[in-house]
Design a protein around this ligand. Structure first.
Ligand code: FAD
Length: 354
């Protein structure tokens, strides 16, 4: 089989890269082993314009977020499914200090934050002592609909191989050869697997473990995402909610912890006034990077080997934009943003091979 591109992974990164290459009428094959705990399969899908305790605007917000909105809406229309919903965050302040810090941002007229006009509006569902603010616009990507729908499309077009990619079978020269497949380039969109891949393992990956609970809480109003230490996110199945998360930089296994379960259950018992039932406790490894910027582009010594990875905690926001940049780079030779281009690590990557 002769194709233009071989893509490894159909998480949110591989989904968007294959989507944009499809638009460019390029031939490709995606190999994906459908790992059920891949972060793309357990994430809440939040697209949040602010980050951190100070609620500062996320990196490249003004470019990346409008692009992501347009891309998700377009893909949703083409697949005839809803892939995006606006769900602004109601931020219940856990302390007077947090309230003060939020209100200071409101006074500074910071984008995306505002005080919520009816402070008592949520008292029938939640316990909260220090008021609440609103972060908007915030969106959730319905990953549970989008990823399977795109996968189905790939299968219909004979563009998906459902198996584990075995790097020992890869031969790299001007083109690449994998089993009976010859391609101009291979692009790794395989999340944490790239951190142990011989071509890219020296990139400064900083894998990060995150846990979440799924709960049934049919009496909660699904109009918003709610936040109080953790996020409580309405899912597309009515009555089902996502609760999380934590961020562990050091871990010796990939299993969910009793500590997270107990802490989150306690938080929910204090916070919610409505009944809830915990149904799942899952855990995934975010493909995060030390300097919190993605890895996009091609190996300096092996231009046939590329990567779209390092999406960290923000794959839903970043993946459409950088997949499009990578596709434009491949097809139209356009530049990749220098903060994301793996070229910034060309010395390290060259050392890897010699
Ligand atoms: C608990 C949690 C909550 C999160 N919440 C959010 C959120 O609200 N918003 C947000 O934007 N981000 C969130 N994230 C981060 C987000 O999930 C990631 O940034 C994003 O999913 C990374 O996508 P990816 O496609 O690059 O990698 P992955 O999701 O890891 O996908 C990689 C794909 O490659 C496949 N694969 C890997 N190795 C192989 C192999 N050898 N052979 C074949 N296939 C292979 C896997 O099966 C998988 O399908 C969260 C993460 C976690 C863990």
């Amino acid at each position: 089989m002769q194709i233009d591109y071989l893509i490894i992974g159909q998480g949110i990164s591989g989904t968007w890269l294959s989507y944009f290459l499809q638009k460019e009428k390029k031939s490709f094959l995606v190999i994906d082993n459908h790992y059920s705990l891949a972060p793309s399969r357990i994430a809440a899908g939040i697209i949040n314009p602010v980050t951190g305790r100070r609620h500062v605007e996320v990196w490249m917000a003004k470019e990346i977020l409008p692009f992501a909105m347009g891309a998700y809406l377009q893909m949703g229309n083409e697949l005839a499914i809803t892939v995006l919903s606006q769900k602004n965050i109601i931020d219940f302040f856990p302390s007077p200090q947090m309230r003060q810090s939020f209100m200071q941002r409101v006074d500074e007229k910071a984008d995306y934050v505002s005080s919520y006009p009816e402070q008592n509006h949520f008292l029938n569902q939640f316990n909260y002592d220090f008021g609440c603010g609103e972060i908007k616009p915030v969106y959730t990507v319905h990953l549970d609909s989008l990823l399977p729908a795109w996968r189905k499309q790939l299968i219909v077009n004979d563009q998906l191989l459902e198996e584990k990619f075995d790097i020992t079978q890869l031969k790299v020269a001007d083109k690449i050869q994998y089993k009976n497949i010859t391609a101009d380039k291979i692009i790794f969109c395989d999340g944490k697997s790239s951190a142990t891949n011989s071509y890219f393992s020296l990139l400064p990956f900083a894998p990060n473990k995150g846990e979440m609970l799924l709960i049934d809480a049919p009496d909660l109003s699904p109009t918003h995402i709610y936040k109080k230490g953790m996020m409580l996110v309405p899912l597309s199945t009515p009555g089902q909610w996502w609760v999380g998360s934590n961020y562990a930089w050091e871990f010796d296994n990939e299993n969910p912890t009793e500590e997270f379960y107990t802490k989150t259950e306690q938080l929910l018992k204090h916070w919610l006034k409505v009944p809830f039932k915990i149904t799942h406790h899952l855990c995934g490894i975010r493909p995060a990077t030390l300097e919190r910027r993605p890895f996009v582009g091609f190996h300096p010594l092996h231009p046939a080997v590329g990567i779209l990875n390092g999406m960290g905690t923000k794959g839903c926001s970043l993946a459409p934009f950088f997949a499009k940049q990578l596709a434009n780079h491949l097809v139209h030779n356009e530049p990749i943003n220098s903060e994301a281009d793996v070229n910034r690590f060309s010395k390290i990557l060259s050392r890897n091979i010699s």
